[in-house]
Design a protein around this ligand. Structure first.
Ligand code: HEM
Length: 150
């Protein structure tokens, strides 16, 4: 979605409408899945990080994990608000998935500025998250990465 979203504007005119709609519907699917996932994570607390890890690392991990949920929920929401405020909501056949908000150029601009800034925030957070996982695997040589397996 990050790469596809970035190149949306470069898609040939004939396919643009379809491409934007695919982006919007995929984003809405991610939104619904993330809400379910957040609920799942809330009722199924995951194992704690090893007590031997420095407390700043454990705190950092908790903050990054929490922020990942927040931004991946906020991202599609910003896109949905922006598209609805622009009067171009996602479409499923003849059904328009329009949010109950009035059309506004100012709101469209704010929402898509947020959409852009959230994209950069997601890239930064995912990079930190992946670097930390590799640090555990290659340098600490603990089982943080493998314990995600069943
Ligand atoms: C996890 C979900 C999503 C991700 C990761 C994502 C990612 C992106 C990215 C990286 C861009 C390019 C930003 C830019 O260059 O300004 C973009 C553009 C766009 N996205 Fe999303 N998006 C998501 C969900 C949605 C949803 C749900 C909608 C609408 C219902 C939406 C509507 C749009 C539109 C209309 C643009 C073009 C904005 C413009 O041309 O200024 N996105 N998206």
């Amino acid at each position: 979605m990050l790469v596809f979203g970035y190149f949306l504007d470069d898609i040939p005119k004939a396919y643009k409408g379809v491409a934007y709609n695919i982006h919007k519907l995929t984003g809405l699917t991610i939104f619904v899945l993330m809400i379910l996932r957040a609920f799942w994570a809330w009722i199924n607390p995951k194992p704690k990080l090893p007590a031997t890890d420095p407390s700043w690392q454990r705190l950092g991990a908790r903050i990054v994990h929490l922020l990942l949920y927040v931004v991946v929920i906020a991202m599609p929401l910003a896109g949905w608000i922006g598209s609805s405020a622009a009067g171009k909501p996602p479409r499923m056949g003849d059904v328009q998935l329009q949010l109950p908000i009035t059309q506004s150029k100012a709101l469209t601009e704010v929402a898509f500025d947020m959409h852009y800034m959230l994209a950069i925030t997601i890239i930064v957070l995912v990079s930190l998250h992946a670097l930390a996982a590799f640090y555990h695997y290659f340098i600490e040589k603990d089982n943080i990465l493998q314990r995600m397996l069943p």
